[in-house]
Design a protein around this ligand. Structure first.
Ligand SMILES: NC(=O)c1ccc[n+]([C@@H]2O[C@H](COP(=O)([O-])OP(=O)(O)OC[C@H]3O[C@@H](n4cnc5c(N)ncnc54)[C@H](O)[C@@H]3O)[C@@H](O)[C@H]2O)c1
Ligand SMILES: [Zn+2]
Length: 359
């Protein structure tokens, strides 16, 4: 499935599918000075693909940073600004962010702040970035060990989503991106759930269709609510508990992916949904079966629960000490801003640990 997707106000152009480069080609001729942000992996695996697909690209320079979440920091950002300065980049320049979510988050932030903003285009090269990080205008860096503490909403000129890059992706990053795809199916896209058809991510052979559908789901949400005042909050399903689990394991020095944490969060929050909304137990069991098929359970014990709850209390989205969740009302439909008592949150973690069926 190939498509060109324009937003209502014409702000961001989306090119999705295997012919997305040809469709987007014209865009680049507007920019006499093009710079490309890469890391060592996207330099190795993605740059040649891009150059071959767009042979006319007038590349003026490369900015290369080391890969990894720990590089999404102020020091690296300042090196990117330094490079742009040395290149004499200006308002006629274009920065292409070629990489995963770290590159698109940090590249967008640096472009958005350099000389009060130069143009940038995201070309995401991981599954997670293609269906999530590169879409929606949230850019930023981590600061004082807090994720995305410094950043801004800033739209790229375009996002080019081409599955050609994914063949070199490590298995754990396929799995990680798949958690967000499951999330779209659960919160807003019952048809996507049917397409996934209880498969494991490694069994999927129709990625192009699934990526395109997931990316469009996110585009639709951010088009209506860019600033996360309402419906965009639905994207936080699985993330209230999931992000706390991600921090918990980070503190312990245990390396887990974002997707693994979100998968665990979605199990807990699906169970909470059944207590707070009309979601039936039979659906809870179906959803959890699918998540378990794709992710093994994280190792947490009952004794870890107070610490996890404590981490949740520090979440920047928590106001007046109340936990507000985005939950499922049914399979394919979410609601946001549901206040959940800490006790129920604790019970959901126990439910996760004990690996029981819904009751
Ligand atoms: N802005 C948003 O709305 C948003 C949403 C979700 C996640 N994020 C952010 O995204 C980041 C995670 O993104 P990610 O999972 O893409 O991580 P990542 O950018 O670290 O990429 C994962 C790894 O894959 C490598 N890689 C990239 N493309 C490759 C390819 N085609 N072949 C082989 N290797 C490749 C990278 O070098 C890296 O080592 C986090 O910082 C998260 O905060 C942002
Ligand atoms: Zn996420």
């Amino acid at each position: 499935m190939n498509s060109y997707y324009n937003t209502d106000n014409g702000a961001v152009q989306y090119f999705i599918g295997s012919d997305s480069f040809q469709q987007a080609e014209k865009l680049f001729s507007d920019y006499p000075f093009i710079y490309i942000l890469i890391d060592e992996n996207t330099e190795k695996y993605c740059l040649d693909i891009l150059k071959k697909a767009l042979p006319g690209l007038k590349i003026r320079g490369y900015i290369k940073i080391p890969s990894g979440e720990s590089e999404k920091n102020l020091e690296r950002a300042s090196q990117i600004w330094e490079k742009l300065t040395n290149f004499d980049a200006n308002r006629d320049s274009l920065l292409i962010n070629l990489g995963g979510g770290v590159i698109t988050d940090m590249g967008g932030f640096c472009a958005g702040t350099f000389k009060r903003g130069i143009s940038f285009i995201n070309i995401p090269t991981t599954l997670l970035a293609q269906v999530d990080a590169a879409i929606g205008g949230k850019t930023g860096i981590n600061f004082m060990s807090i994720k995305n503490q410094i950043g801004l909403f800033c739209d790229p000129e375009a996002v080019i989503i081409n599955p050609v890059f994914l063949s070199t992706l490590e298995d754990k990053y396929w799995q990680s991106g798949f958690a967000e795809i499951l999330k779209y199916a659960l919160i807003m896209d019952r048809e996507l759930w049917n397409i996934l058809d209880m498969r494991r991510y490694s069994e999927i052979d129709d990625w192009e269709k699934i990526i395109s559908r997931s990316a469009k789901d996110k585009i639709d949400i951010v088009r209506y609510d860019k600033m996360e005042k309402g419906i965009r909050k639905n994207l936080n399903f699985g993330h209230t508990i999931g992000l706390a689990l991600e921090s918990f394991f980070l503190k312990k020095g245990v390396d887990i992916t974002h997707g693994q944490a979100i998968a665990a969060g979605m199990i807990c929050e699906t169970w909470i949904s059944s207590k707070m909304t009309d979601l039936e137990c039979v659906k809870v069991d179906e959803i959890i079966k699918m998540i378990d098929k794709n992710f093994s359970r994280l190792e947490i014990s009952e004794n870890d629960i107070p610490e996890i709850i404590d981490i949740m209390r520090q979440d920047k989205k928590i106001r007046d000490g109340l936990f507000r969740f985005s939950l499922l009302r049914r399979l394919g439909k979410a609601v946001h801003d549901i206040v959940v008592e800490p006790e129920l949150t604790e019970k959901s973690l126990l439910f996760y640990i004990n690996n029981k069926n819904c009751d």
